[in-house]
Design a protein around this ligand. Structure first.
Ligand code: UTP
Length: 293
């Protein structure tokens, strides 16, 4: 164990355009799409809280007001639910508005994930912080951010969540070059969406990070890269040149819910597990499979 300050801050960049999910995301923020009965961003915030990170900053942009409304107190709704004796749903609704201390910063132009994280610099200050992409839904017995946190607390270094992906899919992800460093995996560099021929591994970055504040110095100097966006990956590469960065292959089930295929899979899996809806869904799917085969 090294002597590190308690990690309590986490940033949710949520100002992207969500083009892979159009037209659904034309008027609804991608982060507000629901998996069974909760929006993606709520899963992300709950995972952060379960990992002991209770100071939350959400980076929003134009058209993202629904996110703030979701985490706000709705006095009228709460009063109506109480008056109607709907105690269970009242508890759920009032809990959302009180579960975390949430702040918001606006990214005025969607200039890329790196730029969105840089918008968090004044709020974060000079301490380590988490970054979580809520459209990556990650289900695990030990919450994903907690798995990263354990390595941060042992080393004081930046830590990035990884998953093995099929070789044929490396072009969809940031892929890392890594080497074993004792019991840990040290990240040497990373490349954004490589073709399979150039991919240094099949370990993909999956939207969970802990960074030392030094990252901001690199982000400030990062020029627009792929797609004319300020890429987080470019700044991480710079950081890897001067500090150790570790990778954690997450022990988890992961869904890229930012595209319709991953979103449907997440709804199917969580729907089947749901105590109220699971049984009916299982029966429906069984009939559907039997008649379509
Ligand atoms: P994505 O790469 O998924 O981009 O961003 P996107 O715009 O949301 O979706 P597509 O690719 O067009 O379908 C990863 C994360 O970074 C945030 C997004 O909200 C998402 O959480 N982001 C991206 C920003 O906050 N600002 C940006 O300028 C870009």
């Amino acid at each position: 164990m090294v002597n590190v300050k308690r990690l309590c801050k986490i940033v949710f960049p949520a100002a992207g355009m969500g083009t892979r999910f159009l037209p659904a995301t034309k008027a609804i923020p991608k982060e507000m799409l629901t998996i069974v009965d909760k929006p993606l961003i709520q899963y992300g915030v709950e995972e952060a809280l379960a990992s002991g990170m209770d100071e939350v900053l959400i980076i929003t942009g134009r058209g993202k007001n629904a996110i703030e409304d979701h985490f706000d107190i709705s006095s009228e709704l709460e009063a109506n639910l109480l008056a109607a004796g709907k105690d269970e749903i009242f508890k759920k609704v009032s809990h959302i508005a009180r579960m975390a201390n949430i702040a918001y910063t606006r990214q005025k132009k969607a200039l890329g994930l790196g730029h969105a994280v840089l918008c968090a610099a004044p709020w974060v200050g000079d301490e380590a912080f988490g970054v979580s992409l809520a459209d990556e839904l990650i289900l695990a017995d030990e919450p994903a951010m907690q798995q990263l946190r354990a390595v941060y607390e042992a080393t004081g270094c930046s830590v990035i969540g990884l998953a093995e992906v099929p070789h044929t899919e490396v072009h969809k992800y940031g892929i890392v070059k890594a080497e074993q460093d004792g019991e840990r995996l040290r990240l040497l560099s990373m490349i954004e969406k490589p073709s399979p021929d150039y991919a240094p591994s099949n370990l993909a970055i999956v939207g969970r990070y802990i960074f030392t504040p030094r990252l901001f110095d690199h982000l400030k100097n990062t020029k627009a890269g792929v797609n004319s966006e300020i890429q987080l990956t470019d700044a991480i590469n710079q950081l890897a040149g001067e500090e150790h960065i570790y990778g954690v292959v997450l022990n988890a089930q992961r869904f890229d819910a930012g595209n319709p295929g991953g979103f449907l899979a997440a709804n199917a899996v969580l729907g089947l597990q749901h105590p109220e809806y699971g049984e009916n869904l299982r029966a429906l799917l069984a009939t559907q499979l039997a008649t379509s085969s």
